[in-house]
Design a protein around this ligand. Structure first.
Ligand code: AGP
Length: 582
């Protein structure tokens, strides 16, 4: 939920405005406020600001500098609560991503030892706890380890001490990697901050702590460990907007390629996963759009005689007693860092359950916890909203769901046949209809979305897209559910987006009629126009792939609603790209 970066070199300093650009490259992880501290001889200098990171103008260089961009969890968005946090003596400056669950107890202990606090965050206790342990030990790493042993919760930490030419780090349940440049080491929440400098990366493991200066020292459970250097598998230009005004529009448009790329899977692995689903108790576990992707493929699983349980990761622990080595968790995550999912997977692993992941980020915590990975191959998704990763997840799940009834290659061909539909749906000419519709809907207070069968998930995903980027209240319903209560909310002109298949679930038209009778404004998303529609967006393609095809116009609609309201579609308020807190 926050971005951390630390640059360490004994031979080559970094321009401070370049370093702030590195922090800014992480602001999709959180952009409430930001700051950095650099070491100049034995003095630490800190700059902090509330709000998004502007174009960097800092002057000067540094060889040891740490920075942070914040998504607030504890404490309001104020300068005092902005990282880095400074210890009472001002000898230590520290940044943190995660949640310290026992911070109040530790804060009270430190207050009794004479420490004072200027902010409301959990993080602020950490530099002071290190300082407390330094009262009895001159070894900073030893004092740091004693501190880590007292912390409960999750953390990725880096800090500077004014007496040491090192950047100290530690990780537990929150991502932290080290970029290995020719003359510097860069510790960071993820590779985005340094990928234009080096593709060499060390993925730190849970429990790792240590420091970087001209070299790296990593310990785990008090023993020095060695971590291999890996190669990052994508290029920096993929993480740039190109000619697009926003990443969201770029990533919507990329779907003509990314759905195809997502299909490049090992057929044997796909078939093995399908067989595992058939032969064991399978839980598909995810959050947000990744959960909606699983629900979108459920109809295909059921049609083909497979019945996985689809569970929100944050609700998974109630299934713990049913887990065994005969269970399988199919974890779905774009980032591979969603803490709710990491916790669920660790619970399942502790019961001997096999973990298979559909994940986009190589080297992510989830990918390294899994027995098998199915990589989504869609490249970095920078916009906070999940668009290309959603359709990729649905495509891969459809491959798995049909793997036991048709050959994976045939399934791949079926999906490849809809690529030309996706090409049209993501084109400028198709988008003019959603742009026009966004003009009609821009002042709406509520928008309802309804679908049946596979398009119930489409309705849920559509509502999530609209609300999280335009802040218009949107709610998705199963078509059959509307008359059991929600229909009470319908007034004259209430916009209702209805997903109408070509052959399946034609009862949705009766549901639309029930809404229309009560004054609703019906927006049909379908191949054919129906008289109940007040507005129609044409989407051509087989019902089987409706969740991939029919969500695209709504992704574009959400984008235009946000832009029309003067909002930033890439960084909606209160959100972050990966939710690494519970
Ligand atoms: C979707 O647009 C949101 N960004 C959010 O719901 C997201 O899908 C969810 O947080 C899960 O993220 P993950 O796929 O990285 O685990």
């Amino acid at each position: 939920m926050c971005g951390i970066v630390g640059y360490s070199s004994t031979s080559n300093s970094i321009d401070l405005s370049e370093f702030v650009s590195m922090i800014k490259s992480l602001d999709y992880r959180g952009y409430d406020s930001w700051g950095f501290t650099f070491k100049d001889k034995d003095h630490l200098t800190t700059e902090k600001q509330v709000g998004k990171i502007p174009t960097p103008t800092q002057k000067g260089n540094a060889t040891f500098v740490i920075g942070h961009t914040r998504w607030a969890t504890h404490g309001k968005v104020t300068e005092d609560n902005t990282h880095p946090h400074i210890s009472n003596s001002k000898n230590i400056s520290l940044v943190h991503n995660g949640i310290i669950e026992n911070y109040e107890e530790l804060k009270n202990k430190l207050k009794k030892e004479g420490f004072t606090f200027y902010g409301e965050t959990d993080t602020e206790i950490i530099p002071n706890l290190i300082e407390f342990h330094l009262r009895n030990s001159k070894d900073i790493l030893e004092a740091f380890k004693k501190t880590l042993d007292e912390l409960e919760g999750t953390f990725a930490i880096t800090f500077l001490h004014n007496s040491s030419n090192k950047i100290f780090f530690a990780r537990r349940d929150s991502p932290l990697v080290v970029g290995v440049d020719k003359d510097a080491l860069i510790v960071s929440s993820d590779v985005t901050s340094f990928i234009d400098r080096t593709k060499n990366v060390i993925y730190l493991e849970d429990g790792d702590y240590g420091y970087i200066n001209s070299e790296i020292k990593i310990l785990n459970r008090n023993k020095e460990v060695h971590r291999e250097i890996s190669k990052i598998d994508w290029d920096v230009d993929k993480a740039k907007k190109g000619d697009f005004k926003h990443f969201m529009l770029k990533e919507i448009s990329e779907q003509v390629d990314t759905v195809k790329q997502s299909l490049m899977q090992d057929s044997e692995l796909i078939t093995a996963v399908a067989n595992r689903i058939k032969s064991s108790k399978v839980y598909i576990v995810a959050c947000g759009s990744s959960y909606n992707a699983a629900k979108a493929a459920e109809t295909e699983f059921l049609k083909n005689g497979l019945m996985p349980r689809i569970v929100h990761a944050h609700e998974f622990e109630q299934y713990e007693k049913f887990l065994s080595e005969n269970s399988t968790v199919l974890a779905i995550s774009q980032s591979g860092e969603t803490l709710d999912l990491i916790k669920a997977v660790k619970t399942a692993k502790s019961r001997g359950t096999q973990i298979i992941s559909i994940v986009n980020v190589q080297g992510s915590s989830l990918s390294r916890l899994s027995d098998q990975n199915i990589f989504m191959n869609v490249g970095p998704e920078i916009c906070v909203l999940s668009t290309k990763s959603y359709t990729a997840q649905v495509a891969i799940l459809m491959l798995i769901a049909s793997a036991l009834v048709i050959k994976p290659n045939q399934a791949k061909q079926e999906i490849e046949e809809i690529i030309r539909n996706i090409y049209y749906l993501t084109s400028e000419s198709a988008r003019k209809y959603t742009k026009e519709l966004s003009q009609i809907l821009r002042y709406s207070n509520h928008i309802f979305t309804i679908g049946r069968g596979r398009d119930y998930a489409t309705a849920m995903e559509a509502a999530l897209k609209i609300k999280e980027v335009s802040y218009i209240h949107a709610e998705g319903f199963a078509g059959g559910e509307i008359k059991h209560g929600p229909i009470a909310m319908i007034e004259h002109g209430t916009p209702c987006i209805v997903f109408v298949p070509n052959k399946e679930n034609q009862d949705i038209l009766s549901n639309a009629q029930e809404l229309k009778t009560r004054g609703a404004f019906i927006i049909g998303i379908s191949e054919k126009k129906h008289e109940v529609f007040d507005y129609w967006i044409k989407v051509v393609g087989p019902d089987k792939f409706s969740p991939i095809l029919r969500i695209i116009p709504i992704q574009a609609l959400s984008y235009y609603l946000a832009v029309m309201k003067g909002l930033d579609p890439d960084k909606p308020r209160n959100l972050a790209k990966s939710v690494t807190v519970k």
